[in-house]
Design a protein around this ligand. Structure first.
Ligand code: HEM
Length: 127
């Protein structure tokens, strides 16, 4: 169990690394033809909320909870048609962002697996 040695958040380098990951991620979202139609043109606020969320998702301080309340992510995603294709596109952007943010193993795989489970849960529309 990795958590015996602390959190993923601490192990990858804390807030700065989460910010690097989120920036690398939305840079790709902004160019992804599957994702562009459902995201706002200005991704500043989206990225800021995602930084709060991923901080707590990786075991850091509960920044998202403090500002936005319980995540209820599936419910917050219901206004957007999330198809299997969009899930795949989202995860591809994340996989590349994890590499760009220089997150190393075993955290690279641990993070990707956690995100994959959550992304599966977010699908709400068939192809
Ligand atoms: C499966 C593919 C996914 C798609 C297509 C997707 C799409 C979106 C969209 C369109 C928004 C709204 C952006 C805005 O209006 O600012 C959003 C918000 C958000 N997403 Fe996702 N998302 C996906 C998966 C995930 C996953 C796996 C997570 C967490 C690990 C996540 C976390 C969030 C958070 C924290 C927000 C902000 C919610 C808020 O308003 O507080 N999303 N997502």
């Amino acid at each position: 169990m990795m958590r015996e040695f602390g959190t993923i958040y601490e192990a990858i380098g804390g807030y700065e690394t989460v910010e690097r990951l989120v920036n690398a991620f939305y840079k790709r979202v902004a160019l992804n033809t599957e994702l562009i139609p459902i995201f706002p043109e200005d991704l500043t606020e989206t990225a800021r909320k995602q930084t709060l969320f991923l901080t707590q998702f990786f075991g850091g301080p509960s920044l998202y909870l403090e500002e936005r309340g319980h995540p209820m992510l599936r419910r917050r995603h219901l206004p957007f048609k999330i198809t299997p294709t969009r899930r795949d596109a989202w995860l591809k952007c994340m996989a590349e962002a994890i590499v760009e943010a220089e997150i190393e193993e075993p955290y690279r795989t641990a993070i990707y697996e956690k995100l994959t489970m959550t992304a599966n849960h977010m699908m709400n529309t068939p192809e």
